[in-house]
Write a new protein. Sequence first.
Length: 441
Amino acid sequence: MSDESPLIRSLRAAVSAAPEDVPLRLHFAELLLAEGRHDEAVAQAAVALQHAPGDEAVRDLMVRAMQLPTAGPPAPAATPSPGTTPPAAPAAAPAPATDGTRPPGFDWDAAEQEVADVVGPRFATDASDRTEAPLTADGSGDPGDAAAWDIDAPGDIRLADVGGMQEVKDRLEAAFLAPMRNPELRKLYGKSLRGGLLLYGPPGCGKTFIARAVAGELGAGFMSVSLSDILDMYIGTSERNVHHIFEAARRQAPCVVFLDELDALGAKRSRSHHSGLRNVVNQLLTELDGINASRNEGVFVLAATNVPWDVDLALRRPGRLDRTLLVLPPDAPAREAILRYHLRERPIESVDLGRIVKVTEDFSGADLAHVCETAAEYALLDSARTGTVRMIGTKDLLNAAKQIKPSSESWFASARNVAMFANDGGTYDDLVAYLKKKRKL
């Protein structure tokens, strides 16, 4: 922060340069605690506990930073490093706020100013802060302009960042990425770029993350589109929104247009009682038919849905979203990678990830995140009750996994009927093969 002491600034830089130096981090946390910065001290203590889970001094600091009552006599404070000034005694813990205001002990206004360049203001304070101009009374305002749509810059996410799921990566490489990367070979073999790719599978299995990874592989911008971005109460505005979305992608090509929840955007027109939704599908068909046009060079269309059987058949016709890819619950390597990711900043001790991976088969990525969150709640509640901070262990994660049922089970129950009775043309052959492998068919 701008008003922090030179010593705090120096120690902050030193900790960043040597993240595994526990004594240094402990000394830094003690100084933060002495200045009443309890939240920052807790964050530093949590990182130190990951590197030294059995260190009593770190545990004691965590208790004091969290302002928990201690179960016995307090452990001695950490010994200051040679040549430095011993920290002052910690200030008395401020009483918690009971009137709905921000708790004392942390300068929230200064923190917001420090990260303003990164996250920007939470609310627009004047007209210049607003990213969209207001609609006029008839709905014909500026949001229809192609320049008003936000496109994320090419990200650093690659397919290598997707844990496991090798079959999905191989299919993406063969059906989509290799032709995109090799225009000369594509021309030699007469491989057309016409059409898009439809990702389908149970919810929470990473379809959006895979789409972002594809954009990263192509070095393309990324534009995520959902029904709320398109549908409008005024006649003709929804169709114009669809057109301007694709126009924005063409202007900033290369760009991946990601149509999220395609079953909502492109539901079967025969079942739709809303003329606006039918018109949206018609406009989508018009835009997709132009994917092979020269003016659309560098615009790549990906879509995702949990229920591909509810998508209008015209959208699945060759030249449109004619390639499908089944994205299943993460396999064992992917589950381990997801668990590591969600436990990376939590205080853990002797966690046997192999056991957790075995008992979480068919769990989606969202389910695994919920397992880690629930296990953290168990440890937090025990710490609050006993006044002694303890680490998250294997038992917490196993208990959490027992309490959570895979969210993919209901999806597979519906998909089984489709695979058995509605697999016309072999559209869902991948799904049939998976269900047979799992003996669910």
